[in-house]
Design a protein around this ligand. Structure first.
Ligand code: FAD
Length: 560
């Protein structure tokens, strides 16, 4: 049977079969890049694993986010699995930043190559996960009536997998086409001849707006908070560059894993150290600093924010970098009022995830594009044929695109009724914000692991680097337990408290708390304001995790 035949058989079986009390060694929730790699590693250890996935195929983020212009903002050669040298050698990325369809093809290729789908149940949303202290087992239940048990449960539910749906009055009365960027239809969507509105100006909107503007008769962008964006300088990958890069793939991967930054790496189109070029802008000639920034602006990409080491630590450096970008915006956007509205002033640069764009600011020079600043004039309500503003003005629309972000990091975990030891609820335990040891486990929730959980670098990093590290750590831990006869592991509360305090201390030493960002939960009304990711860099974090293991899983307790 060919691999594509095998895939469709697996999908068909997945649709009709129900798990009715089956027992596994490990149950995984989510089949994005984290869940896929988990399954591969667990199988490699001879363990029986079951994966439940709400979507109808693999890929997670890249399965759901099919909006026009969707692509990664980490460079393709770094935003890919490193666990199989054969895979990284045989797969060829076509552009510096891969598009969503290309990344999804990659996910499907990985699933076929490692025959993953036969152990994944698609179209199942896990609704409850509860630990039985006596049996030492997790019971997992889905919205399709599946029920399965396993001693270990691994949440690979994603940091950005639950869309934030803002309360906009009468949104449900809109009679035109309504699309959510993060739940985009699988069929092609045409904007030809349409009056389109986009609500939101975060990463997704910044990618979608230039593409929609090229098709639509008219595009109105509704902006609450402008974001800083740097040019991607995207383009086809030069085969010679790729060959040279692949020849030293292990070396590059090592840099991504151990670097003191975000794991984005050293991939620039010209030699780049992969780390800061200057320690600080403070006390330096502003003209010299600007010349340096200009050089990296022209190279493009998210590494721009790391060119000066103390950009998110030092207010003066931050001002110089932010002023540089604001000046770029003013130089690109011809209408001065629009340029002003696009210039972020309410947060230091880098304290929200930097956006990476292709012709975003240039798009506002098109005659068919208009920016509406919601700070001056908020949305009053949605009508069947458009949006009414607070001042009584009206924007007629045929199509509305919602690009309003995510309930980040905790959203997917807290939508599952997770019950730990003695029936303790995760929603209760995290009512004042997430508390986790290393972002890997939670005290009171034995044998539960969270991939890229709060308290780990996760969304501050190239996520593939962080995913692989967490998966390896988790699977190695399960292996260790089996070899040493341990049946139960959980973080010690004191170690967890210490880690949470450390995560906060690191964040407090930066400007990150001033961002009003989704890192802090600030985009979700009522969500506790807690800085969720660990901001000390992937290399430092990995060293800590490795030390914990070397010290006999320090901070965790085992039981037989
Ligand atoms: C538009 C967009 C662009 C991004 N670009 C980048 C980038 O350029 N670089 C980068 O590093 N990161 C990027 N990210 C972050 C991205 O989420 C990660 O890079 C990575 O794909 C996460 O993989 P994952 O497997 O951890 O989670 P996901 O890909 O989110 O997969 C989690 C899966 O779990 C499933 N799930 C959740 N809850 C349940 C449940 N209760 N039951 C069953 N299934 C469930 C979801 O359906 C989903 O398929 C981007 C995110 C978005 C939204």
């Amino acid at each position: 049977m060919s691999s594509s035949e095998r895939e469709s058989v697996a999908q068909r079986d997945s649709a009709v079969q129900r798990d009715t009390g089956q027992s596994f060694d490990v149950i995984v929730v989510g089949a994005g890049f984290a869940g896929m790699y988990l399954l591969h590693r667990l199988r490699g250890m001879g363990l029986r694993a079951r994966v439940y996935e709400a979507g109808n195929s693999v890929g997670g983020t890249w399965y759901w986010n099919r909006y026009p212009g969707a692509r990664c903002d980490a460079e393709s050669l770094a935003y890919s699995y490193s666990f199989s040298h054969e895979l990284e050698t045989e797969w060829n990325w076509s552009e510096r930043y891969a598009t969503q369809p290309e990344i999804l093809r990659y996910a499907e290729h990985v699933a076929a190559k490692f025959d993953l789908k036969r152990d994944i149940r698609f179209g199942r949303r896990v609704t409850r996960a509860s630990f039985d202290d006596r049996a030492g087992q997790w019971t997992i239940e889905t919205d399709r009536g599946d029920r399965a048990v396993a001693p270990f449960c691994v949440m690979a539910t994603g940091c950005l997998s639950v869309p934030q749906e803002p309360q906009i009055k009468d949104l449900d009365t809109f009679a035109g086409h309504l699309y959510w960027a993060s739940r985009w239809p699988h069929e092609p969507v045409s904007f030809e001849g349409q009056r389109v509105g986009v609500i939101g100006t975060g990463s997704s909107a910044i990618q979608a707006i230039p593409v929609i503007a090229q098709q639509a008769a008219h595009l109105t962008v509704f902006q609450r908070t402008p974001n800083f964006s740097v040019p991607a300088c995207n383009g086809p990958l030069d085969p010679k560059f790729v060959d040279a890069f692949k020849a030293n793939y292990p070396g590059h991967r090592k840099n991504h894993r151990l670097g003191m930054g975000a794991g984005f790496g050293d991939l620039q189109v010209e030699p780049h150290p992969g780390g800061p070029v200057l320690e600080t802008a403070a006390g330096k000639s502003e003209a010299d600093v600007r010349a340096l920034l200009d050089k990296y602006w022209r190279i493009g990409g998210a590494n721009f924010i790391g060119v000066i080491a103390d950009t998110i630590l030092n207010r003066e450096t931050n001002r110089v970098v932010a002023d540089f970008v604001r000046d770029k915006i003013r130089a690109i956007v011809k209408d001065a009022a629009t340029a002003d509205a696009l210039c972020p002033t309410s947060h230091p640069i880098g304290t929200k995830r930097i956006c990476v764009d292709s012709e975003y600011y240039e798009t506002y020079n098109r005659p068919n594009v208009k920016l509406v600043n919601l700070r001056d004039n908020p949305i009053e309500s949605v009508a069947a044929n458009g949006i009414r503003m607070h001042d009584g003005s009206f924007h007629g629309l045929d199509t509305l695109v919602m690009a309003t972000g995510f309930d980040a990091m905790t959203g997917a975990l807290l939508r599952i009724d997770v019950r730990g030891s003695a029936g303790k609820s995760l929603v209760d335990v995290w009512s004042a914000g997430p508390r986790s040891y290393l972002g890997l486990g939670v005290a009171g929730f034995p044998n539960l692991f969270t991939i890229t959980g709060p308290g780990s670098p996760s969304v501050l990093s190239n996520m593939l680097v962080s995913i692989e590290q967490h998966v390896d750590w988790t699977v190695d831990c399960i292996d260790y337990m089996r070899k040493h006869g341990h049946r139960r592991i959980e973080p010690v509360l004191a170690a967890q408290d210490e880690w949470v305090a450390h995560v906060n201390d690191v964040a407090n030493g930066t400007l990150m708390l001033e961002g009003g960002s989704w890192y802090l939960g600030a985009n979700i009304p009522g969500k506790p304001r807690v800085f969720m990711p660990y901001a000390a860099g992937v290399g430092t974090y990995r060293e800590i995790c490795d030390r914990v293991v070397a010290n006999g899983y320090q901070g965790f307790s085992f039981a037989s």
